[in-house]
Design a protein around this ligand. Structure first.
Ligand SMILES: Nc1ncnc2c1ncn2[C@@H]1O[C@H](COP(=O)(O)OP(=O)(O)OP(=O)(O)O)[C@@H](O)[C@H]1O
Ligand SMILES: [Mg+2]
Length: 233
């Protein structure tokens, strides 16, 4: 599709199919705090959203806060939970998870709160307190969203990290993410292994289709993927 915007505060998305439109509308009409506001829609294919001022989270020069991402994804999954199944974003490539600047007032308010309470437990490791205060994660693009186990989204998300980071950074990010995520939602090892295998196939297939194959296989890919198979929850 060819998304276009015609206003500073509005993002108009023309969906590729009726199914994609209904999937997006289904999520955006729930008014979740981690998705842009739905401003309107026109059947069969137009969705009008609040335009968010963000960049793909893996592109941020200061890195990202894996604990905050874990918390945000768990909240998303928990809100839509039914009998062990939830709505997975499914296509959770970095372009579909934006790091969005918070309004200045909100940042000041939280900063004041932190100064007041010096015992605050800051999770997330390497990213600075300031970074944590200034940004929110925002999920966009639900054209492929579907009901599945949460292990689907989590394992697919980490396959992108496995391409990018060296083994120690990868181990750090995944463990920080998992301990934050599992405060709200449990992960099951059996389901994890099943969906991880499926997602590796999907991931590699899509890389071929969209011609995103790097010149050489990323150095740490196989070792990082091995860590995913060994992960305990
Ligand atoms: N509400 C929004 N505010 C700001 N930018 C947005 C918004 N929604 C989407 N975008 C931008 O437009 C891009 C494409 O939108 P989206 O991912 O929803 O459509 P898509 O069909 O998946 O397109 P693509 O194939 O390019 O990913 C996003 O990667 C993002 O940069
Ligand atoms: Mg997209």
């Amino acid at each position: 599709m060819n998304p276009q915007s015609n206003d500073h505060n509005v993002f108009i998305k023309k969906c590729v199919s009726r199914t994609a439109f209904e999937r997006e509308l289904h999520i955006y009409s729930k008014t979740l705090e981690m998705t842009p506001r739905l401003l309107g829609f026109t059947r069969p294919d137009v969705i009008v959203l609040e335009k968010v001022d963000g960049i793909p989270y893996l592109d941020h020069p200061d890195g990202f806060d894996a604990a905050m991402l874990g918390k945000t994804l768990a909240s998303f999954h928990k809100t839509l939970w039914k009998n062990g199944i939830t709505i997975c974003q499914y296509d959770n490539q970095p372009k579909n998870i934006l790091l969005v600047s918070k309004p200045e007032d909100e940042v000041k308010e939280q900063g004041a709160e932190i100064i007041k309470n010096r015992n605050i437990n800051l999770i997330g490791g390497e990213t600075s307190v300031w970074h944590k205060l200034q940004h929110n994660f925002c999920f966009i693009d639900f054209s492929d969203a579907r009901l599945d186990h949460p292990e689907n989204d989590v394992s697919h998300l980490m396959l992108f990290w496995a391409e990018e980071f060296d083994v120690s950074k990868f181990a750090f990010l995944t463990s920080v993410f998992v301990s934050s995520y599992t405060r709200q939602v449990n992960l099951n090892k059996k389901i994890w292994l099943l969906l991880l295998r499926e997602n590796i196939e999907r991931f590699d297939r899509r890389r071929k289709i969209y011609n995103k194959i790097p010149d050489r296989v990323p150095k740490n890919r196989s070792e990082n993927r091995e860590l995913l198979f060994e992960m305990e929850f």
